[in-house]
Design a protein around this ligand. Structure first.
Ligand code: AMP
Length: 446
């Protein structure tokens, strides 16, 4: 199969040739003809599957072939994304695909001055990439009109809900023409996403290119158990031992990012950090330097690192496990992209056992454990498995201390066979509850 057989026009085929895309990825093969035919879409596609081209190429073709010329302050197609970085990244891809088409494209997001964006929108844009908050600001200030809008794309819809954008999405939705094409992309499909899809989509075609909620199998994943306070030390140890060259590291909080970066820099390690408190320009610079291999270790919160496309990233380290299990899939999706292999290592302490269990349940796999000599935790991380159960160590009768053997290893596998014990109630609650669409205040970004 080729892009030409999917019905793409020559100017787009030329752009793809320049970019070196030869064969459509599975999501592209399914999405492109459906979007060209005007269908609504509900697509479960992980990041790294080529989903951006899957919606952007047919969208650009429809804009170039059909519909009126864009008028002042209007927009004909809107791509909503959760973060500024993703807005830049998606727009950059769109710009490359649209190279040979007479279309105006642009990206707007918060954290930068609104005035240049208002100026740019005056003459109208065919395709706008936007984060929800800034889009609403622009709309409320009459810098944007939706009367010409023919297509709406929600990219990483699950993430938008996780970030508390449900209210903004509902407000945007109310302002859009009812007759339009809507494409919804999400790496994971929770009940809230299905609810959103039910409200926004009209007889959608469902596309699922990877098994639901399963991380890319090109990523080798394992965990190293450790005491919380020794995580920085273990990180440096593993880094030196593995001779890590380029690593994206995820920490839970902004403070956690700053503390680790400071520690690494103090050791003379070339590290930088990105999180929501840093100005956009600083974040972009750190990211650009990381991509250019001028920074070896980039430490990030989930928000800042969302959707980043870094070519051939070999390794992702979860310094902390994510609070929201789905974020694990997004995080490790930064590596093993477009068919290359990658590794994802998580440093897990006893406090995080429920998070680990939620991840294993979501990804339907028991993550391989490794304990690093000299770093075996004093606070043992209870065994977990993909059934979502934390396997509590049964109370042992007191025995006199046995001498010899053991070799100092503490994490010695399961105490009970997971098949043997089936407690009536799971011992963990689902860790995540996303806000219900249409209600609730916007959450603080991590
Ligand atoms: P995405 O999932 O949209 O973030 O895309 C992941 C990466 O795959 C990006 O770097 C794209 O440029 C690249 N890509 C997308 N489609 C193709 C294709 N058909 N052939 C080769 N590379 C592709």
């Amino acid at each position: 199969m080729t892009f030409a057989t999917l019905g793409l026009i020559e100017p787009l085929l030329r752009s793809l040739e320049t970019l070196g895309y030869q064969t459509p990825t599975p999501v592209q093969a399914q999405a492109i003809p459906a979007v060209l035919a005007g269908r609504d879409l509900m697509a479960a596609a992980q990041t790294g599957t080529g989903k951006t081209a899957g919606f952007a190429l047919p969208l650009l073709q429809l804009l170039a072939m059909e519909g009126p010329k864009v008028t002042a302050n209007s927009v004909r197609a809107l791509i909503l994304v959760p973060t500024r970085e993703l807005a830049e990244q998606v727009h950059e891809a769109v710009r490359q695909y649209a190279e040979n088409l007479p279309l105006r494209t642009y990206a707007v997001y918060g954290g930068v001055s609104i005035n240049p964006q208002m100026m740019k929108l005056r003459s109208g844009v065919d395709l706008l990439v936007a984060t929800p908050g800034r889009l609403l600001d622009l709309f409320r200030q009459n810098a944007l009109k939706f009367n010409q809008l023919q297509t709406l794309v929600l990219d990483e819809a699950d993430r938008m809900l996780d970030l508390g954008f449900s209210e903004e999405l509902a407000n945007i939705y109310r302002a859009l023409p009812k007759k339009r094409q809507t494409l919804l992309f999400s790496a994971t499909f929770s009940d809230d996403i299905r609810l959103l899809a039910g409200q926004m989509l009209n007889d959608p075609l469902s596309i699922e290119v990877s098994p639901r909620n399963v991380a890319a199998n090109t990523v080798k994943q394992w965990i190293v158990t450790v005491d919380k306070k020794r995580k920085p030390e273990l990180f440096v140890h593993l880094m030196r031992k593995g001779k890590w060259k380029q690593v994206l590291v995820f920490a839970k909080t902004r403070n956690g990012v700053d503390a680790l970066v400071e520690k690494l820099q103090g050791l003379g390690i070339n590290a930088d950090g990105i999180h929501g408190d840093k100005p956009q320009a600083t974040r972009q610079r750190a990211l650009d330097r990381f991509k250019a291999s001028e920074v070896q270790i980039l430490v990030a919160t989930d928000v800042a690192a969302r959707g980043l496309d870094i070519e051939d990233l070999p390794l992702v380290v979860n310094f902390d496990l994510p609070i929201v299990a789905e974020d694990y899939i997004h995080r490790i999706g930064r590596t093993g992209r477009a068919g290359s292999t990658g590794e994802a290592i998580s440093l897990v302490c006893a406090d995080e056992v429920n998070l680990l269990s939620a991840i294993e349940m979501l990804t339907r796999q028991t993550l391989k454990r490794q304990s690093e000599p000299d770093f075996e935790p004093e606070h043992r991380v209870p065994d977990t498995d993909a059934s979502g159960q934390v396997i509590k160590k049964p109370k042992k009768p007191k025995k006199p201390k046995a001498s010899g053997g053991g070799g100092g290893k503490r994490n010695l596998g399961k105490w009970v066979d997971s098949g043997e014990v089936a407690p009536a109630e799971p011992s963990i609650k689902p860790v995540r509850k996303v806000p219900v669409f249409n209600t609730g205040p916007r959450k603080r970004k991590p």
